[in-house]
Design a protein around this ligand. Structure first.
Ligand SMILES: [Cu+2]
Length: 346
């Protein structure tokens, strides 16, 4: 069971706090509710952003409280940045619901400026649900998650380019009503995005403290990214690989937050037996080497690391647009506990 998100959907509890993780599971009027307060539950960032997908919950009502904050984040080793966040991290927390669920969002602005939330999984009038709220304001709305998939969620406050490049995005996974049709042994969420730090602001200040970088808006308008990353930090899964066992079916939920570049998602040494564009199993492709995920889009990728084929070993996952992999969008999946050989490519 994930420490990050333990769920009890059968217990009639009004408030459960376990091991510092605050969340509730309750039955209200017969309907099970899963409630998660992302002011209390923060995704682990050490040794790397926790890419493990949260476990699905059987509750048909999902309540998420999402604070918006301004934080200093680390976008590459030793490179800090003045980020804007959902839930205190970049990317923000992964939301997981099932097709047909009622999703209740409570957005809380704990930052000094206006922000908003735009869920690509919601069919809802944007002028109400996605409107900008000011400092210390809250907004609650709900929608029914009608469409299965891996969706982008982001701040939509103008200029949207700025709010996304600052880090205001997360993924919502909507599991198909009838499941994915396969049993995955491992599920990972990877959000690709770009950073455009202003040059010269990451030096050591005279007082000895790091000065986090701010945004270079013109660089973003020119699509001239300094870093392209998975889950908020360049090369973090090259330094701290994801792991799987021989024989595992691995499902990747890939969301591309952009704000500007496509992700050409590929796993070196593997072929996807299933790719679901937008994450809808009705869109199934088979036998795929590389599949593009547009900025603002998502897809689900599956492959099996089977004995005698893609067995024990190291597998790089990349955007196959290698200018962007070179800027940080490359990681390693280690299968079967094999030590990585020095000089391994990619
Ligand atoms: Cu914002």
């Amino acid at each position: 069971m994930s420490v990050r998100r333990a769920v009890w959907v059968t217990a009639a509890l009004s408030a459960t706090v376990v091991a510092g993780v605050a969340m509730t599971a309750a039955r209200r009027g017969g309907a099970a509710v899963e409630a998660i307060d992302f002011g209390a539950v923060r995704t682990a960032l050490v040794p790397a952003f926790d890419a493990t997908a949260p476990k699905p919950s059987a509750a048909r009502i999902k309540e998420f409280r999402i604070p918006m904050t301004h934080e200093t984040i680390e976008i590459a080793d030793g490179v800090t940045y003045e980020g804007w966040t959902f839930g205190g991290t970049v990317p923000g927390p992964v939301l997981r619901v099932r097709q047909g669920d009622t999703v209740r969002i409570t957005l809380v602005n704990e930052s000094p400026m206006g922000h908003s939330i735009d869920l690509h999984s919601a069919r809802i009038p944007m002028n109400e649900a996605f409107r900008t709220i000011g400092p210390n304001e809250e907004l609650t709305f709900e929608f029914v998650a009608k469409d299965p998939g891996a969706f982008m969620v982001h701040c939509g406050t103008p200029p949207v380019l700025l709010h996304i490049m600052q880090g205001m995005y997360l993924a919502i996974v909507v599991d198909p009503e009838d499941g994915w049709g396969t049993e995955a042994d491992k599920e990972f969420v990877l959000i690709q995005s770009e950073f455009y730090p202003a040059a010269g602001e990451t030096e050591i200040a005279p007082g000895g403290a790091d000065v986090p970088a701010g945004p270079d808006y013109e660089a973003a308008r020119s699509r001239d990214a300094s870093y392209v990353v998975f889950n908020g930090k360049a090369f973090q899964y090259k330094d701290h690989p994801l792991t799987a066992d021989v024989g595992d079916r691995v499902r990747f939920f890939v969301v591309n937050a952009g704000p500007n570049l496509s992700s050409e998602f590929h796993v070196v040494g593997a072929v996807f037996d299933r790719v679901y564009p937008d994450g809808d199993p009705a869109h199934a492709l088979t036998g795929v080497q590389t599949y593009g995920v547009p900025a603002g889009g998502g897809a689900v990728f599956e492959t099996v690391f089977e004995e005698g084929a893609s067995g024990a070993g190291a597998y790089a996952f990349v955007t196959h647009a290698f200018a962007d992999a070179d800027k940080g969008a490359v990681g390693v999946l280690q299968v079967g506990g094999v030590e990585l050989a020095a000089g391994m490519g990619h």
